[in-house]
Design a protein around this ligand. Structure first.
Ligand code: PEP
Ligand code: MN
Length: 349
């Protein structure tokens, strides 16, 4: 941390900062320039925060130079992590050595529709099944999901296909019931900063897929992950799903650079959701290629057996030739990315 003194700061002001810092066991190094002094602090960042240095006389500014997140940072865990999803007898990796293809319907509508979507996803090579039973819709009049009945459908589809399930939880009160059915708990963009919910999934005993808030900076996103990690759950996968910009031709703007930016600073795996980023099925394949190229650890895409009748996000759901094209993009991973399809690394106890 660096404390910048104002040009008017007196010797006493500087001495006060130094003595406060030393009072909590830190060290303070003063450099006096022509105009002003700056003070470099070494020690426990947390204890410096409590000093409220910004409020002291003569202090112009305080800059942090290390990351505010700890457990999810590469400073604490230099190797990139792999998160394993599924029961011990069938665990799918999400991490730096593989590329994980997750697919399924936006929403669980019926047992037949979910099973058909799962079969489509599986035959295209997907190793995890997505599908929402609790849908966080913009309109209160839109289909809100089947709730617990939807979870039961997902469980029966998992039993039939063997695909582990990723599904969203939108309310801390539902975490236990969702965790009883799901292999991975999804936190959606609208709940990224719902800190009570983050803490609840932190103790649910299941891996978490944490989507980026549509207006969140990367630092805010990583701080949200820190809330989960702080409760003892480090099985967190981040998902870039597009952010709000001024550009209306896509639903959101996929911030593809977030992938390498996050990978440089956090050890957590990062996947991309091209379906919710674009909101258009014609962009899902090109954006998946971009995700592969930039070094993402996987993608999560919407598929539907009959997109025209979908109760949620039909325009972005893949079917038929687009899905085959996507499957090819994943199967023919360019050697330059140095990854294998996650289906070749499934762990069986
Ligand atoms: C979803 O994946 O179904 C979803 C609602 O995504 P997001 O939270 O990214 O909008
Ligand atoms: Mn959706």
């Amino acid at each position: 941390m660096v404390v910048v003194m104002s040009p008017e700061a007196t010797e006493e002001d500087i001495a006060r900062v130094v003595s406060r810092v030393e009072g909590v066991g830190g060290k303070a190094f003063v450099s006096t320039g022509v105009e002003r002094a700056i003070i470099g602090l070494v020690g426990d960042l947390e204890s410096f925060h409590h000093l409220n240095l910004r409020a002291l006389g003569g202090v112009a500014d305080v800059h942090r130079i290390s990351d505010p997140y700890k457990l999810v940072s590469r400073q604490h865990h230099p190797q990139r992590s792999t998160v394993w999803v599924g029961p011990p007898e069938h665990q799918v990796p999400i991490g730096p050595d593989s590329f994980t293809f997750i697919a399924g319907p936006c929403a669980v509508e019926t047992s037949e529709q979910t099973m058909a979507a799962a079969r489509m996803a599986q035959s295209a090579g997907a190793t995890l099944l997505r599908g929402g039973a609790y849908k966080p819709r913009t309109s209160p009049y839109a289909f809100q999901g089947l709730g617990e009945d939807g979870l039961k459908i997902l469980s029966s589809v998992r039993a039939a296909t063997g695909m582990p399930i990723v599904t969203e939880v939108v309310d801390a009160r539902d975490v236990d019931v969702v965790a009883a059915h799901a292999d991975m708990l999804q936190i959606g963009t609208r709940n990224m900063a719902n800190f009570g919910l983050l803490q609840a999934v932190g103790t649910a005993g299941k891996p978490v897929l944490l989507k980026r808030g549509m207006t969140a900076t990367i630092e805010e996103w990583l701080m949200a992950a820190e809330y989960i990690a702080q409760r003892g759950n480090l099985d967190i996968v981040l998902c870039e799903r597009g952010i709000r910009t001024f550009e209306p031709s896509t639903r959101n703007t996929l911030d593809i650079s977030a992938v390498p930016v996050v990978q440089a600073t956090s050890h957590l795996p990062v996947i991309v959701d091209p379906s919710h980023a674009a909101g258009r099925k014609d962009l899902v394949v090109p954006l998946t290629r971009a995700a592969i190229g930039v070094g993402a650890d996987g993608v999560i895409v919407d598929v539907h057996p009959n997109p025209e009748t979908a109760l949620c996000d039909g325009p972005q759901a893949l079917v038929g030739s687009e899905l085959r094209e996507l499957a090819q993009a994943v199967r023919r991973m360019p050697p330059v990315v140095n990854r294998v399809d996650s289906s070749t690394r499934i762990r069986r106890a």
